[in-house]
Design a protein around this ligand. Structure first.
Ligand SMILES: *Cc1c(COP(=O)(O)O)cnc(C)c1O
Length: 419
């Protein structure tokens, strides 16, 4: 198959019609996970624990075994028991994939090695000459990879602000194939109206791709808002324990599902059995963890908001956040990331970063332990200074990944560090 798009607009139109019907069905079933294959119609919380997981057939182990095997013995010539080689499929990986598909409410999930390999794999849907519109406020690694793809493979990337959905219309032409959305953004927690952008994308037969890493499917479900593909860095909230790097790609249309599975097998970007087992185990506590992350993040944001040394707090849960209403409409919660601008320069920033005892100085996010980092010199250091400042990420911005420790201890730690 040369390209997903060889069928042109008719192919996309028919898959969108089908998707719309399924989206409507899901809508009327309330906040339950349901997908076309009928993997599950349990509540989201029950699915985090049970979807895709069945007691092991060999010994009845309640936890999914780690099938750490590269190959599988055939029963007879031309006959295997569902798996032949781990790059093409693995029972532990399949359990995670079925679980993820149930949580996002879609027909297909493929587990890959990292969030970046999810992005790289999805970009193989396109070919030389195609164009993709991407939020200019995306994860630094995504921006770096898309720019490299643009240089090497002649796929033009338009990095633009998607905060004004209508603004994308000016960048759509007959070569445009997709729009890449990431919301909330990192580190400033700006939001994109997913339903508004995907509606415009649909009108122009573009694929809508949403990076849902920051909120996890518990707080945001992009397929309900018109997305065609969702990607995750499972490294973050889905796994939640800072002990694995992983990624996932999800879709909800048979042609796309098959193409993505084909690409993961062809490229070899599939996740390893042990990593899948860790992520699957992490997901079992996704709901209680996300509730605690959010409760603590609100407490931390309120504390910072009232602190004299803090110039500005970025948290969609604050009524003062410029997109607070959108956050309430499209998200089920506000998440566990809080950023703020310290009233001070380099010396004060360094002092603060050295002074926290509980908040560890580290990149990444979404783990049970709290982290503090300085985007200008750490997570966003690869961004050139001008671009970074234009995006509003000045040298005084600090980012917190609020963990699930006792919130009193977290506030006390920030209070003493800011004293
Ligand atoms: C971390 C992250 C990625 C990249 O994921 P890795 O697992 O580190 O490769 C992509 N998107 C977002 C929003 C992220 O936070």
């Amino acid at each position: 198959m040369g390209s997903l798009f060889r069928y042109g607009n008719r192919f996309l139109e028919s898959h969108r019609m089908k998707n719309r019907i399924f989206r409507m069905n899901r809508h009327f079933r309330g906040y339950k996970t349901i997908n076309r294959k009928g993997h599950s119609c349990m509540s989201f919380q029950t699915d985090t624990i049970h979807a895709g997981v069945a007691p092991d057939k060999a010994y009845g182990a309640i936890m999914t075994p780690i099938y750490q095997s590269s190959t599988f013995v055939f029963e007879d010539v031309g006959k295997h028991r569902g798996f032949d080689y781990t790059r093409s499929g693995n029972p532990t990986r399949k359990a995670l994939e079925d679980n993820l598909a149930a949580l996002e409410g879609c027909s297909c999930a493929v587990a890959v090695t990292t969030g970046m390999s999810a992005v790289a794999t999805v970009m193989h849907l396109f070919q030389s000459g195609d164009e993709v519109i991407c939020t200019d406020d995306c994860y630094g690694g995504t921006a770096r990879l898309l720019s490299t793809i643009e240089e090497h493979f002649n796929i033009r990337i338009h990095f633009i602000s998607l905060r004004d959905a209508d603004g994308i219309k000016a960048h759509i032409n007959e070569k445009t194939k997709a729009v890449w959305i990431e919301t909330p953004s990192n580190p400033l927690l700006n939001l994109i109206d997913i339903a508004a952008v995907t509606a415009i994308a649909r009108e122009h037969q573009l694929l809508s791709i949403v990076d849902n890493t920051f909120l996890s499917p518990y707080f945001q479900q992009p397929f309900r808002l018109g997305a065609d593909i969702v990607v995750h860095s499972t490294t973050k909230y889905l796994n939640g324990h800072s002990d694995v790097v992983g990624g996932a790609i999800l879709s909800n249309e048979p042609g796309l599902d098959q193409r993505l599975k084909y690409l993961v097998n062809a490229l070899g970007t599939c996740a390893q059995p042990f990593d899948c087992w860790l992520v699957l185990r992490g997901i079992k506590t996704l709901v209680p963890r996300m509730k605690e992350h959010e409760r603590n993040a609100r407490i931390v944001a309120d504390f910072l908001d009232g602190h004299p040394r803090v110039r500005r707090v970025f948290y969609p849960g604050l009524a003062t956040h410029p997109q607070h209403e959108l956050a309430k409409r499209q998200q089920r919660g506000f998440g566990g990331m809080v950023s703020f601008e310290l009233d001070g320069g380099g010396a004060e920033i360094e002092h603060l970063l050295r002074s926290t005892r509980l908040f560890a100085l580290a990149e990444s996010l979404g783990g049970v332990e709290s982290l503090i980092e300085h985007p200008a010199t750490m997570s966003h250091a690869s961004m050139d200074r001008e671009h970074r400042l234009a995006a509003g990420i000045n040298d005084s911005v600090i980012r917190l990944s609020v963990g699930i420790e006792d919130p009193d201890d977290l506030v006390a730690d920030l209070r003493q560090a800011l004293a």
